[in-house]
Design a protein around this ligand. Structure first.
Ligand SMILES: Nc1ncnc2c1ncn2[C@@H]1O[C@H](COP(=O)(O)OP(=O)(O)OP(=O)(O)O)[C@@H](O)[C@H]1O
Ligand SMILES: [Mg+2]
Length: 442
C-alpha cells in the first residue's frame, strides 16, 4: 500500500514528540527545520498535507509565514500552536485563512493523527475532482472572428505551403499554428516551436540548422538542428522579424531547396518540414525599413492569416476566462470558486491590450491573491463597475462646491477680489482664474 506523505515543518526537534510513531503508522514523514527548507521540499515533490509545529508562533516570523502559506495554498496545513496565541487577532486570522485545522498544546497525539488523516483524505478527494493544470492549447471561442479564423485554419491545413500568421502579442498565434499542424496531414509528426527573438543571435544558426563536430569551439559532436528534428512535422518560427539578416538568407535557401547545411558541413540534407511563421510586427514594415528580406517575405507570405485581438471577440471572453480558471485550479488548490458578476463585467469592459496572455496572467494572479471565495474586479487589477461614474460624480460635486464658495465669498466682500482672495486663502490670480472657469463676471 502506498504510504501517506506528510511534510512537517518543526523549528525545534524536541517538539516532534507531538507525532507519536504508533499513531503515525502508514505515513512517510519528511521533517524540515525551516520554511525555506519546506519550500525546497515542495518544489521537489507534491505534499497534500503539511504540519506546522510552532512555526506560527514567533511574531517576527508572521510575514514570512504568511508569504510561505500564500505560495503553498494547494497544501492542507495543520498547525500546532501555543494555546494563548489563537486568542490574538493576528494569529487567529492567519490560522483561519490558511489552516485546515489547528491543535493547541499539550497535543493529543491520537487526535492530531486523526486530523492529519482526515485532511489527507479530504485533499485526495479534492485533488481527484480538480482538472489537470494546463492552459488550454486549443483555440477556444465561437465569436464570428474566431469562427472565421477556424475556417481559414481548416483550409490552409491541407496545403503544404508556408503560412504567415500576424497577430498582436498574446493573441494566440502559437495556438493557431498548433491548430494548423493538428489539422494537417503532418499531425502525427512533431510540432517544433522556435522563438527567433529568444535565442541569442550567435546560437540561432546552430539551433536551427545544426552543426558538424569541430565546426566551432565547443562543437564536440555532430548535432542536428531543430529544422531537422521536425522532419515529417511542422516548424513554427515565432517572432520571425527578429531573425538576423544572414540567417534570413539561410532560411530562404531552405524554403527554395528544401535542403539544409549543418554549420561546418558542405553536405546538403533534404528535410521535409512545413514552415509556419508568426510575427506581432507587420513584416511589410520591416521590409520597408530594410530589416527583413523582401524575397523571404514573399516566400513566407504564401498563406497569410490574422489572429484577431481579444477586444474584437469579447463574446468569447466568459468561456475563455472559465477555461483558464479551471486550468489553474489544481495549482491554486481550488480555494477560489469563480468570478463575481462585477469581475466578469469589468473583464467585458477592459480592452485587453495584452490579449489572451494578459487575461491568463490576470486570472492566475487573482486566483492566488484573492482573499474571498470569488474573484473580484480588484483582484484582477481592473476597475469595478460604476467607479468611473463615481469619479465623475465626485468631480461634479467638487466643482459645485468650488463655485458656491467663490460666489459666497465675492458677495460677502462686495465683489472685492483682493478681500475674497484673502478670505479664501488663495492668490488673486487664482480668484481670477476660478471666476473665468465658472463664468462669473466681475
Ligand atoms: N483562442 C484561445 N483559446 C484558448 N487559449 C488561448 C487562445 N488564444 C490564446 N490562448 C492562450 O493564451 C496564451 C497566449 O497564446 P499564444 O502564445 O498562442 O499567443 P502569441 O500570439 O503567440 O503570444 P506572444 O505574442 O506572446 O508570443 C497561451 O497560453 C494560449 O494557450
Ligand atoms: Mg508566440
Amino acid at each position: 500500500m502506498n504510504s501517506k506523505e506528510l511534510l512537517c515543518v518543526c523549528t525545534d526537534a524536541r517538539h516532534m514528540s507531538a507525532l507519536s510513531p504508533a499513531e503515525m503508522q502508514g505515513w512517510t514523514i519528511l521533517t524540515v527545520p525551516t520554511l525555506s527548507a519546506a519550500a525546497h521540499a515542495l518544489r521537489e515533490r507534491r505534499y497534500l498535507v503539511g504540519l506546522l509545529v510552532d512555526v506560527v508562533g514567533p511574531p517576527h516570523l508572521m510575514g514570512e509565514v504568511e508569504l510561505f502559506l500564500n505560495h503553498h495554498r494547494d497544501v492542507s496545513w495543520i498547525a500546532v500552536v501555543e494555546p494563548g496565541l489563537v486568542q490574538l487577532p493576528a494569529y487567529r486570522d492567519l490560522v483561519a485563512r490558511h489552516m485546515a485545522d489547528y491543535h493547541t498544546r499539550p497535543v493529543d497525539s491520537e487526535r492530531l493523527a486523526f486530523t492529519l488523516g482526515h485532511a489527507y483524505g479530504h485533499a485526495m478527494l479534492c485533488d481527484a475532482a480538480l482538472p489537470v493544470a494546463a492552459p488550454p492549447t486549443r483555440l477556444t471561442g465561437t465569436s464570428p472572428a474566431i469562427e472565421r479564423l477556424r475556417a481559414q485554419i481548416h483550409k490552409v491545413a491541407g496545403v503544404n505551403a508556408p503560412v504567415l500568421i500576424w497577430g498582436e502579442s498574446g493573441s494566440g498565434k502559437e495556438v493557431a499554428a498548433q491548430a494548423i499542424h493538428e489539422a494537417s496531414p503532418r499531425a502525427a509528426g512533431a510540432f517544433v516551436p522556435i522563438n527567433c527573438g529568444a535565442i541569442p543571435a550567435n546560437l540561432i544558426q546552430s539551433e536551427l540548422f545544426g552543426h558538424q563536430r569541430g565546426a566551432f569551439t565547443g562543437a564536440t559532436k555532430d548535432k542536428a538542428g531543430l529544422i531537422e528534428t521536425a522532419a515529417g512535422g511542422t516548424v513554427f518560427l515565432d517572432e520571425i522579424a527578429d531573425l538576423p539578416k544572414d540567417l534570413q538568407s539561410n532560411l530562404l535557401r531552405f524554403l527554395q531547396e528544401k535542403t539544409i547545411y549543418r554549420i561546418g558541413s558542405t553536405r546538403s540534407i533534404s528535410v521535409d518540414v512545413r514552415i509556419i511563421a508568426a510575427s506581432h510586427v507587420k513584416l511589410q514594415d520591416a521590409v520597408a525599413e530594410g530589416a527583413f528580406r523582401e524575397d523571404l517575405y514573399y516566400r513566407l507570405n504564401v498563406l497569410p492569416l490574422t489572429v484577431p485581438p481579444l477586444r474584437e471577440r469579447k463574446s468569447d471572453l466568459p468561456r475563455l476566462a472559465d477555461e483558464l480558471f479551471n486550468s489553474f485550479l489544481r495549482e491554486t488548490g481550488g480555494r477560489v470558486k469563480g468570478f463575481s458578476n462585477c469581475a466578469m463585467d469589468a473583464m467585458m469592459r477592459h480592452e485587453w491590450p495584452g490579449n489572451v496572455r494578459e487575461l491568463l496572467n490576470r486570472i492566475r494572479y487573482a486566483m492566488v491573491m484573492a482573499d474571498g471565495a470569488v474573484i473580484t474586479a480588484a483582484d484582477l487589477g481592473l476597475l469595478p463597475d460604476g467607479s468611473d461614474q463615481l469619479g465623475q460624480a465626485l468631480d461634479r460635486s467638487r466643482e459645485k462646491a468650488e463655485r458656491t464658495a467663490l460666489l459666497t465669498s465675492l458677495e460677502r466682500c462686495g465683489r472685492n477680489v483682493s478681500q475674497a482672495a484673502r478670505s479664501l486663502g488663495v492668490s488673486r490670480t487664482t480668484i481670477y482664474r476660478l471666476m473665468e472657469k465658472h463664468a462669473i463676471s466681475r
